[in-house]
Design a protein around this ligand. Sequence first.
Ligand SMILES: [Zn+2]
Length: 124
Amino acid sequence: MERSILKKIRENLEERRARLGQGLRRLDLEQSELDRVDSQAEMVDIAQSLEQLGRNSSIQEQELRELQAIDRAMAKLATVNYGVCEDCDEPIPEKRLLAVPEARLCARCQSIWEREASRVRTAS
Ligand SMILES: [Zn+2]
């Protein structure tokens, strides 16, 4: 793969990583404020806070997962295995990598995998 493309991909990953890190820190701050909710607070306030807390943790979970995917991609970027589908060992097209730098599968394997996943979901 061309160095200029690798560089673009690394920049993309680093930028998203920094943004996600900031977002997670912000959520942490909000959360610690919610943790300090006054015990004398009205029940409705507590309910609202809990709702907010739940919303935050699902965002946080999603962002953490994305952060992990980015970290994995960055680690892999340093190896020769980057850009190779983990399923069929075919190179992942550069266009796809530029759009989804953390992709571990080529589009074909990804769609097979997604079909499998949705079948498992509907079966259970
Ligand atoms: Zn593949």
